[in-house]
Design a protein around this ligand. Sequence first.
Ligand code: BT5
Length: 329
Amino acid sequence: MTMTIDARILKALRAAGSNGMPGTEISRQLGVSRAAIWARIEELRTAGYKIIASPHHGYQLISGPEGLVADDLISRLENPRVIGREIRVFRETRSTNEIMEKLAVDNLAEGIVVFAESQTAGRGRLGRRWISPPGKGLWFSILLRPPLRPQEMTRLTIASVTSIARALRNYLGLKPEIKWPNDLLLRGRKVAGILTELNTEPDRIKYAILGIGLNVNLEARDLPDDLHSFATSLLLELGRPLDRAELAVQLLREIDRDYERICTGQFDTVAREWSQQCRTLGNYVSATVGPNQVRGWAESLDTDGALIIRNDHGHLQRIIGGDVFIENA
Ligand code: BT5
């Protein structure tokens, strides 16, 4: 990972905390002149960082700007294995998945993450819309080149939904539930969704774009009326706004961890964690797969991440996409 000077300064200041760090020390650590450090700190201040300087302690980072800043996110991620080796932040875009499609054709290495403060044409699955108001959520896409076969691609969705659930559980004390395959619910309402898009060859995935939308600081008025009873946000659940940058870093770390697990043959451990939080398993469900309707008991997940449903005649059916509704909930 190549960090810019800004990212390295932020990292050093964060490590120093309230002790602060003299300019000479930063200059020595980074191998950059004091004048250059001073100029970069001025720039960071202009970008919204509150950095104070005192004769005794040197520079001290007090707070960051409201918005997401790529250098800042990179400086907080400690040596990611893959996810977040490179990060870009856009103010407004149609869809982060669309941006990534353009970037991916250049043979770009996997792991790059693109965030947008707002999306004007955020996408759900099957041509549906994803509401993405400015500055309120985490709307991002990750480029991956997993060593998986196209039919194993559900593993990617399962792994990332498991990572996000773990982050919400461990860092925020929430109890998220997973609805197969791509929904994360809090008290029955959707707080996050995942859109996995693939570019495949017959027997391998050329690249996958993992698009993740997490409602962080949305208030009720940020959601259209028809979503009020189906959707929620972390702010609505916790009653307080959250630091999106901090949360973004936690999510990327957890996704990095599970991505490693599925790339090294440990999908079964991910699947176990997934099934413990899954709301779909064990219920009588109906699944819409294209024009077809399948009904039965959601029994298990297979090794590709497909949902196994036992229909009313006792036959097992494998579901790899579409929508699943719980009928006996
Ligand atoms: C999804 O689709 O849940 C996938 C959402 C993926 C969004 C991310 S954001 C970053 C990246 N860039 C993109 O353009 N997309 C990805 P699906 O399961 O089809 O659910 C879509 C449905 O969820 C919609 O039809 C609405 O009913 C509902 N919905 C839309 N916006 C929502 C929101 N912000 N929160 C909760 N539900 C929402």
